[in-house]
Design a protein around this ligand. Structure first.
Ligand code: GLU
Length: 302
């Protein structure tokens, strides 16, 4: 394992200048495009790291997996009346499909879907910010995980499109809370900063039938772990989900901070960080790294 991730790292170390660092949330543009890290965590507790793996970055939409996992045990099948389970085939922040489909987002991993999840969470957990941070800290076994106030405030100030998604859903009756309150919580979630090593550890419960191996806690049921992994496989990369599944063959989730986390059920989780994004908002080098990883390891879910 160590040899594989080191050789992939060496191979791509100088592959920069192929994508563009996100700048629509202004503080994200300050991050060096050269950053590159890979971390692997196995269900047996082994860890392998290479590159900038101790440095924290903005997890952005990777947080959508944490919020769905937090909500899953608190709700029944009625959740799926408010948000779908189908790939969107559209950009992560698209409004068009939402209008056609009467305010029901295609899945929980596009922005509209995650806003619905946050709306539902706030109905159940009024102090969501604190609870979510504790949740992520518990999953990763690290207390040193925080919101980035600068990133959250900047997204809150500039996120007109996300506010529009929330207002549109509210006009269809698919949004209970106050848009400003829900959107503030959403921005905080997206602003969580973690290292690849913390992220790989935080996702291992999805490779381990919903159990956090650090403390034996059943985070989500085995059935929900299966379902969340299936949603990541079909919807984790916006309108590039099919290509990611084809090249990598694993459930995973990306964020515009340049992070990607993927899972091999029963075996391991892997997090990669490289901020240059392709036109779909997914990390260019992150996808190539994961494609080589499953090819060289000879294991995916297929
Ligand atoms: N906070 C970002 C947004 O809502 C998340 C997008 C992403 O990471 O893909 O635009």
């Amino acid at each position: 394992m160590e040899t594989i991730i080191k050789s992939i790292y060496e191979n791509y170390k100088n592959s920069v200048g192929i994508g563009k660092v996100a700048d629509y949330i202004p503080p994200l543009a300050k991050v060096s495009h050269e950053k590159y890290a890979i971390s692997v965590c196995t269900v047996e507790g082994e860890r392998f790291n290479v590159g900038d793996w101790q440095e924290k970055f903005s997890i952005q939409s990777i947080s959508k997996v944490f919020t769905l996992s937090l909500l899953a045990p608190l709700v029944g099948p009625e959740l799926w009346e408010c948000v779908g389970k189908e790939p969107s085939g559209s950009p992560f922040n698209s409004l068009v499909q939402l209008e056609y489909e009467k305010g029901i987002p295609r899945n929980p991993f596009i922005n509209a879907g995650a806003l619905v999840v946050t709306d539902k969470l706030l109905e159940k957990i009024p102090n969501l910010d604190d609870v979510l941070l504790d949740y992520v800290r518990g999953l990763s076994g690290s207390q040193d995980i925080h919101f980035c106030r600068d990133v959250a405030a900047s997204e809150y100030a500039t996120g007109e499109r996300n506010k529009a998604l929330a207002h549109l859903m509210k006009s269809f009756g698919n949004f209970k809370g106050k848009v400003s309150t829900v959107f503030r919580a959403y921005c905080n979630q997206c602003s969580i900063e973690m290292s690849t090593s913390q992220l790989a550890q935080a996702f291992i419960f999805l490779a381990n039938k919903g159990v956090n191996p650090l403390n034996g806690e059943q985070v989500v049921s085995c059935r929900d772990a299966k379902r969340i992994n299936s949603l990541m496989l079909t919807c984790g990369f916006y309108d590039e989900s099919g290509d990611f599944a084809y090249r990598v063959g694993l459930p995973g989730k990306s964020g515009v901070g340049g992070g990607i986390v993927a899972v091999i059920p029963g075996k391991l989780s892997i997090a990669v960080w490289s901020p240059e994004l392709n036109r779909y908002g997914n990390s260019c080098r992150g996808i190539s790294t994961l494609a080589d990883f499953t090819t060289e390891l000879g294991i995916s879910v297929f």
